[in-house]
Design a protein around this ligand. Structure first.
Ligand code: ZN
Ligand code: ZN
Length: 145
């Protein structure tokens, strides 16, 4: 008898019975006991930090929009321009949006030879333009009804 039997066809049924049979009252009791509605000191501090950070970002964007800080100082991709910018929210460089960059990069078949700017990534079309086109198409379809 070999103990080296590697079977992936182990269809032996585990205990098929489920014991999920909570009554609604039970659940409410659990939630009331475990979840504190008041923010803890830590949570309040984290929230305050977040607010401060956001305020700082807003001020920075305002300075960029007004030209108080020069484009060269915040654009790392060298493709940014204030020419068509109509509000301060647009005064961001693609290199500042990590998550966005990562998403685009993950769609690029070859990550080695990509430019500095997100618009030079081959994944950009895929993630942004097509997705954007679909969303816009979706909105116009929704509005028809
Ligand atoms: Zn840039
Ligand atoms: Zn860019």
């Amino acid at each position: 008898m070999s103990s080296n039997s590697e079977s992936d066809s182990d269809s032996g049924t585990r205990n098929g019975e489920s014991d999920i049979d909570f009554a609604q009252e039970d659940l409410e009791e659990v939630f009331n006991n475990d979840m504190e509605p008041l923010a803890t000191e830590d949570e309040a501090r984290v929230y305050a930090e977040q607010v401060t950070l956001e305020e700082q970002q807003q001020q920075e964007l305002m300075r960029r929009f007004s030209g108080e800080v020069s484009l060269d100082s915040w654009c790392k991709c060298s493709f940014c321009s204030l020419n068509h910018v109509v509000n301060m929210e647009e005064c961001r460089c693609c290199t500042e949006m990590e998550e966005f960059m990562q998403k685009v990069s993950s769609y690029s078949p070859d990550n080695s030879e990509q430019g500095n700017c997100v618009t030079e990534h081959s994944g950009f079309d895929e993630v942004c333009l097509k997705q954007w086109v679909l969303e816009v198409a979706g909105i116009s379809l929704k509005n028809k009804n």
